[in-house]
Design a protein around this ligand. Structure first.
Ligand code: PMP
Length: 435
C-alpha cells in the first residue's frame, strides 16, 4: 500500500527543487504519512517507535494540542500589535516554570531566532561581542549563530573560528584526563573558561557572554560535571558577561526532575532560549530574561516579530504546558528514564562495546567504543546499531564528534511498555551487529 508519491520520486524531486544540502535520515529514506503518540506510520503502514524526535514532546498529533491549534486558528490569528489574552496568559504560565528572576519573555518562531534575540539582549546589557562557547556546540542556522557554533564553523563547509569567538572544551567526564579526580571534573573543566577570560583581559577585553546547551547534546549527550556551570557562570559574571542557557533541545521537563536542565546544575541563567518541544511541532520559540536585561534592551528600537506570540501559537504553547502538567509527564520522564538507564547499564555488562551510558529523564545517550581502555570511538558500530534498530522498527540517532553516541529523546508520554520494546530491540540489535 502506498500513498502519494513514491519514496524514489520524492528523493528525485527534492534533488531538483530543494537546496541540495538539505539532508535525509538513513541510507534508505523513510516516508512517513502519519504520527500518533510515540508512533510514526510509514507509507506502507508500518509503525515505528519514535525514540528520537524531541519536538513532538507530548507525542505526535496530541489531540489536545491539535484541538487548541484548530480552535484558535478558526477564530483569530493576528500579530502582537493588537491586544489578545493568549500571549499574556502564555507568558505568565511559561515564566512560572522558571526561577523567579526570569520574568520577561519574547516570542519568536525558531530556536535560531530565540538565540539571535538572546544575543541582542546580551549586547544591550554588555556592549561586548566576545563569545565564550563550548566546542562542538550548535546554536542555530543564521550566520551570526554559525559563527558561535563550533559544530558548524570547524567542520566541512565552515570558515573557521572568528576572532571574537573563544572555544572551551566540552566538559565531558567520560573523556576527562585520567589523573583528574571525578569530583574535580567541574572545577577543572571550568579552568579552561578562566584561561579564556584571562586572555581576554590581557587584551583589554571582557567576555560578552557564555552560551551552552544545559546538556550538550550535539556534542554527544554530555552531562556537565557537578559544579561546572556554577563555576563558569560566576567567572563570566565577575568579568562583566551574561550567561545564556540554550534549552532548545533539553527544556520543558525532559530531564524529569526539573522543568529546565540548567536547574540540575543549580544555576540561574541571565537569558534562557527555548524552541523545538515548546509547540509540539508548531513552529514557535521563546527567549526569557530578567527585568533588568529587558530594560537595557528597550532602547527605543521596536521589537517586532510577525508571527511570534500570535494567538494560535500562544494557544498551542498553553496546551503543551497543560498536557505536561495535567499528565504529570515530568514524573513520567523521570520514572521511565531511570528504568531505561538501569536497563542500559545491564546491557553495558553484556556488551563490551558500550563504553558509557548516560541520561537524565528522557534525554539519553549510549557511547560506543571499540576498546574501553583507549575509548576509541566505535562510529561504524553506532551507525550499524542505529540502522539495525530502524530495520526492527525503532528510530534513534547518532551524535557527537565521532558520531558514536546513540541518542534517544522519546516523547514525554513514553510508557514502560514502550521502554521494554526499546530495550528488547536494542539488545537484539547489539547482538546481531556484534555477532
Ligand atoms: N539550539 C540548539 C541546541 C539546537 O539543537 C537547535 C536546532 N537543532 C537550535 C538551537 C536551532 O533551532 P532551530 O532549528 O529551531 O532554528
Amino acid at each position: 500500500r502506498s500513498e502519494g508519491m513514491s519514496r524514489e520520486e520524492i528523493v528525485a524531486r527534492r534533488r531538483e527543487l530543494l537546496l541540495p544540502n538539505l539532508s535525509i535520515s538513513y541510507d534508505r529514506p523513510i516516508k512517513f504519512v502519519r504520527g500518533e503518540g510515540v508512533w510514526l506510520i510509514d507509507d506502507r503502514g508500518r509503525a515505528y517507535l519514535d525514540c528520537f524526535n524531541n519536538v513532538c514532546h507530548v507525542g505526535h498529533a496530541h489531540p489536545r494540542v491539535v484541538e487548541a491549534l484548530a480552535r484558535q486558528a478558526a477564530i483569530l490569528n493576528t500579530n502582537t500589535r493588537y491586544l489578545h489574552d493568549n500571549i499574556v496568559r502564555y507568558a505568565e504560565r511559561l515564566t512560572a516554570t522558571l526561577p523567579k528572576e526570569l520574568t520577561v519573555a519574547g516570542f519568536v518562531n525558531s530556536g535560531s531566532e530565540a538565540n539571535t534575540v538572546a544575543l541582542r539582549l546580551m549586547r544591550a546589557r554588555t556592549g561586548s561581542e566576545q563569545a565564550v562557547v563550548l566546542d562542538w556546540a550548535y546554536h542555530g542556522t543564521t550566520q551570526e549563530l554559525i559563527d558561535i557554533s563550533a559544530y558548524k564553523f570547524n567542520r566541512k563547509g565552515g570558515k573557521g573560528r572568528k576572532p571574537h569567538v573563544h572555544v572551551a572544551p566540552v566538559p565531558d567526564s567520560y573523556r576527562a584526563p585520567s589523573d583528574w579526580p571525578v569530583e574535580e571534573h567541574g572545577r577543572r573543566y571550568a579552568e579552561s573558561v578562566a584561561a579564556i577570560i584571562e586572555d581576554l583581559r590581557g587584551r583589554g577585553e571582557k567576555p560578552g557572554f557564555f552560551i551552552a546547551e544545559s546538556i550538550p547534546s550535539v556534542a554527544g549527550q554530555v552531562f556537565l560535571p557537578e559544579g561546572y556551570l556554577q563555576e563558569v557562570y560566576r567567572m563570566i559574571r565577575e568579568a562583566g558577561g551574561v550567561c545564556i542557557a540554550d534549552e532548545v533541545q533539553v527544556g520543558f521537563g525532559r530531564v524529569g526532575s526539573h522543568w529546565w536542565a540548567f536547574e540540575t546544575q543549580g544555576v540561574v541563567p541571565d537569558i534562557v532560549t527555548m524552541g523545538k518541544p515548546i509547540g509540539n511541532g508548531h513552529p514557535m520559540a521563546a527567549v526569557v530574561t530578567t527585568r533588568e536585561i529587558s530594560e537595557a534592551f528597550d532602547n527605543g528600537m521596536e521589537f517586532f516579530n510577525t508571527f511570534g506570540g500570535n494567538p494560535v501559537s500562544s494557544a498551542v504553547g498553553l496546551a503543551v504546558l497543560d498536557v505536561i502538567e495535567d499528565g504529570d509527564l515530568r514524573a513520567n520522564a523521570l520514572e521511565i528514564g531511570n528504568y531505561l538507564m538501569a536497563a542500559f547499564r545491564r546491557m553495558q555488562d553484556r556488551f563490551e562495546v558500550i563504553g558509557d551510558v548516560r541520561g537524565m529523564g528522557l534525554f539519553l545517550g549510549i557511547e560506543l567504543v571499540t576498546d574501553r581502555k583507549t575509548k576509541t570511538p566505535a562510529t561504524e558500530i553506532a551507525r550499524a546499531v542505529s540502522n539495525g534498530a530502524r530495520e526492527r522498527g525503532i528510530l534513534m540517532g547518532t551524535e557527537g564528534p565521532h558520531d558514536n553516541v546513540l541518542k534517544m529523546r522519546p516523547a514525554m508520554i513514553f510508557t514502560r511498555a514502550n521502554a521494554d520494546l526499546l530495550i528488547e530491540v536494542l539488545e537484539d540489535t547489539f547482538a546481531a551487529v556484534l555477532a
